[in-house]
Ligand binder design. Structure first.
Ligand code: CP
Length: 339
């Protein structure tokens, strides 16, 4: 814990292996807090956490709220529809209002890439003791989702002691709309940091060839990479080839709201080529778990039957693990706050 250096959590490209270990260890510890008699820990008593979601969310917003409450923090939830944004207030002035009220941590989701990073820069320059936690910005990053997916996979492979080692040399296939997915990007950083081999699979319009270099030659602004040796990234266009040697499969929502134009001619043929179903999973050499970050488009990227088959999918585990993972992040950021 002493090695934790981050005042903000914006992007997993800046995480060291030690950071991942710290988060996984804390998540393991926090996983059972709800089973204790009080169902709470006093760790963030008196701290103020503001959830500022400028974009819709079910899982992330509610689990950050619950995580903050389990750590005994005060929580403020912001809703676009009932805010003064409708009177012309800018998002920056809205955010500054929460800072003025003494927010220790701002959990922010915004449709524009880099809003959390710009805000972190603003508070740092102005010596404001508020941490920024990115809850999803545009295509760019969704660090808490990447970490909860990492924990879910580590627990699947090593139920008694989930750790970064649990992912070493595992073959993880990510299928679907990679181009518009901040979840895919955060998973690429987290999984390769822990030595997993990641195969990306999708049509060229949703998975450009450049992704092969995503973690080796990070995009501009994400070029601080503290990991010495990462797992490899592969691209396969055929789902059959991509699934063959997989140890786990993650499928992603088609993100129509982020597409500038229609990038697929026909959803039925997309489902036929890239849909994850009981039938397509027969291409795997063994029984593998299926992850989906949610929300799910049933019958588009995953079959109805598979969404409801908890013997294969880990969707409810991902949601469940979102709470202790977010507790870990809030705890680590809250620890650095001065009284
Ligand atoms: N996975 C995820 O971010 O879901 P929400 O949009 O519901 O928060």
């Amino acid at each position: 814990m002493n090695n934790w250096k981050h005042n903000h959590v914006l992007d997993l490209s800046t995480f060291s292996l030690e950071d991942y270990k710290t988060v996984l260890e804390l998540t393991t510890r926090f996983k059972d807090v709800h089973k204790s008699s009080s169902r709470k820990l006093p760790s963030l008593h008196g701290r103020l956490i503001a959830n500022l979601f400028f974009e819709p969310s079910t899982r992330t917003r509610t689990s950050f709220e619950l995580a903050a409450k389990r750590l005994s923090a005060d929580v403020q939830n912001f809703s676009v529809s009932s805010s003064s944004l409708s009177k012309g207030e800018t998002p920056l002035d809205t955010i500054l209002t929460y800072i003025s009220m003494g927010a220790d941590i701002l959990v922010i989701r915004h449709e524009s890439t880099n809003v959390p990073a710009e805000l972190a820069n603003y508070v740092d320059i102005n010596n404001i003791n508020t941490s920024i936690l990115n809850a999803g910005d545009g295509f760019h990053s969704h660090p808490s989702q990447g970490l909860l997916d990492l924990f879910t996979l580590a627990t699947f492979f090593n139920p008694n002691e989930p750790s970064t080692n649990s992912l070493l040399n595992k073959k993880i296939t990510i299928v679907g709309d990679i181009l518009h997915s901040r979840v895919a990007r955060s998973n690429l950083w987290a999984l390769t940091a822990c030595g997993a081999e990641v195969t990306l699979c999708g049509p060229p319009s949703l998975l450009p060839e450049e992704f092969i270099d995503f973690v080796q030659n990070p995009p501009l602004g994400q070029n601080f990479d503290p990991i010495n040796k990462r797992g490899s990234v592969f691209i396969k266009r055929s789902l059959k080839d991509a699934l063959k040697n997989s140890d786990a499969v993650m499928t992603l929502r088609l993100q129509k709201e982020r597409m500038k134009q229609n990038m697929l001619t026909d959803l039925d043929s997309y489902y036929a080529q890239y849909g994850i179903t009981h039938e397509s999973l027969k291409w795997c050499e063994k029984k593998v778990p299926v992850l989906h970050p949610g929300p799910v488009n049933r019958g588009v990227e995953i079959s109805n039957r598979l969404v409801e088959d908890n013997s294969i999918n880990l969707i409810s585990k991902q949601v469940e693990n979102g709470i202790p993972t977010r507790m870990a992040l809030l705890y680590l950021l809250g620890l650095n706050k001065k009284d």
